[in-house]
Structure formats: structure tokens, C-alpha cells
Design a protein around this ligand. Structure first.
Ligand code: KIV
Ligand code: NA
Length: 272
């Protein structure tokens, strides 16, 4: 059996080979991504991608645990990181610990991720000092959509200093890595140079220590909107549309099922 990567292994990749990460929400997708990835993130983006919510805010701890279990069943190599959903950690370190402990105990995942910088540093320290590896997430943090007033680029101009302070705070608090989302490339490079934990970019910079994308975006399965930072590596949505149209046509023309899909009155005689 393969030894699964740990948060310690990912932490040690600072400045080394880029950390390949994708989101995964289900067992079959985890099985496809696992051999190629260092990190599989069970992102709360599943609220929008899988459940059709219009933000990540309605996602519950139980949903994250259920999908975390599915992704663990479909993977054996990558570190599985499970997002802490909105409302499960912000009230304070005790609440965050209880939520994170449930995630690790009930899924078997190796780490949690939470959004926030300076304001979450005490919580990150509380968790990491108690055996819970934490990936942080700064820049555009989608759970704060109501406070940001949208999903616009963060850290431009004078706002750069806040992002730098946030990234330094989570590194000092003991996070093993940090996601940088939707920042100017030059700021992403500066953060990557100035902190000693790996940065994992999404809409950030090719100079980050790793990259992550939402898998449905890069496979062309999610088309409600198309972020600038996504490169589409496949058009599986189009392929599925064609397949479903072909099936519908076959059913309507009675071309499906074919003889090879049908059962005879009598069981076939055993061969031999
Ligand atoms: O929920 C998610 O998919 C994420 C990544 C985009 C970093 O947080
Ligand atoms: Na997320």
C-alpha cells in the first residue's frame, strides 16, 4: 500500500517541486485525481458546484464530513484537506476545535482549511498546538462575500499590506500552507517570498509553491460562470450533453436497449 502524504510532507515542499492540488467532492472524482495530485481539497465550493447554492454560506459541517468520507474512500496517495464551513469556527478557538476534531475523527482526513488571516491566527494556533494541521486561506475568502460585497480581486494598491499581514499571521500561527486566492501576481510572488510556508495559488501566480483549481471548472463540468483564473483542460460538460442527447434519441427511436442488454427466459447454460 502507498503511504499517504501528510501535512508535514506538504510543509516541507516550500520552494521545491510545485504542489499539485485539486478539489474533489466524490469518490469517483477523487479516484481519478488522486494519482496525479499531492493535495485533494474537499472544498466548501461544493455548495455552489454540487448543491447549486449561490454562495458557500449554506454549507454545513455534516455535508463537509459526508463528502470528506467519500473523498477518503476514493484516494490513497494525496493529503486530503477538508474545508471548515461558514459558522463552524469563527466564534472562537473552542468551537473551531470541536468542529475540526469532528472532521478529522469522522473522515480520516489529514488536515482542515479555514478562511482568514490576522483575525483567525489565534484559532489557527489553538488548533495546530492541539494536533490539527491547518491550511489557511487569504486574499479573496468566499465565505466573506457579504463583507466584500462580491468576489473581486483583493490586495490591489494599499490593500496589499493587509494581505501580507494576513499571510504572515497564519504562517506564524502554525499553518502548514496557505491558499492565496484572486490577488495581483506581483503581490502573490511577494507573499510567497516573504513567508516560510508553501503558498497554493488560485488566481494568484505561477510562482506560488503550488496551484489549486476547482475540478469541475477545469474539466468543463461547471458552466454557471467562468472565472478568469480557470484553464479548461477538458469540455466534459459538452461530452455529457452529447451522450445524454444520444441516449434520448435512442430511447425515442427504440434503438436502446439492444439485444445484448436483454435477458432471456432461461438462464444461460454454464460453460464447460
Ligand atoms: O472551496 C474551495 O474549492 C476552495 C479552493 C478554491 C481553494 O477553497
Ligand atoms: Na473553500
Amino acid at each position: 500500500t502507498i503511504k499517504r502524504l501528510t501535512a508535514v510532507d506538504i510543509r516541507a515542499r516550500k520552494g521545491g517541486d510545485p504542489i499539485v492540488s485539486l478539489t474533489a467532492y466524490t469518490k469517483p472524482i477523487a479516484k481519478l485525481a488522486d494519482p496525479h495530485c499531492d493535495v485533494l481539497l474537499v472544498g466548501d465550493s461544493l455548495g455552489m458546484v454540487v448543491y447549486g447554492f449561490d454562495s458557500t454560506l449554506p454549507v454545513t459541517l455534516q455535508m463537509m464530513i459526508d463528502h470528506g468520507r467519500a473523498v477518503m474512500r476514493g484516494s490513497q496517495h494525496a493529503l486530503v484537506v477538508v474545508d471548515m464551513p461558514f459558522g463552524s469556527y469563527e466564534a472562537g478557538p473552542d468551537k473551531a476545535f470541536a468542529s475540526a476534531a469532528r472532521i478529522l475523527a469522522e473522515t480520516g482526513a489529514g488536515a482542515v482549511k479555514l478562511e482568514g488571516g490576522v483575525s483567525m491566527a489565534p484559532t489557527i494556533q489553538f488548533l495546530t498546538q492541539r494536533g490539527i494541521p491547518v491550511m489557511a486561506h487569504v486574499g479573496l475568502t468566499p465565505q466573506a462575500v457579504n463583507a466584500f460585497g462580491g468576489y473581486s480581486v483583493q490586495g490591489r494598491g494599499a490593500a496589499a499590506q493587509k494581505v501580507l499581514d494576513d499571510a504572515k499571521a497564519v504562517a506564524d500561527a502554525g499553518a502548514f500552507a496557505v491558499v492565496l486566492e484572486k490577488l495581483p501576481a506581483s503581490l502573490s510572488d511577494r507573499v510567497t517570498a516573504e513567508i516560510d510556508i508553501p503558498t497554493i495559488g488560485i488566481g494568484a501566480s505561477a510562482g506560488c509553491d503550488g496551484q489549486i483549481l476547482v475540478i469541475d471548472d477545469m474539466l468543463g463540468l461547471f458552466s454557471d460562470f467562468r472565472p478568469k483564473f480557470v484553464r479548461r483542460y477538458a469540455e466534459l460538460g459538452q461530452a455529457a450533453d452529447q451522450a445524454i442527447a444520444d441516449y434520448a434519441g435512442d430511447v425515442r427511436a427504440r434503438r436502446f436497449p439492444g439485444p445484448e442488454h436483454l435477458f432471456a427466459d432461461e438462464a444461460p447454460k454454464p460453460k464447460g
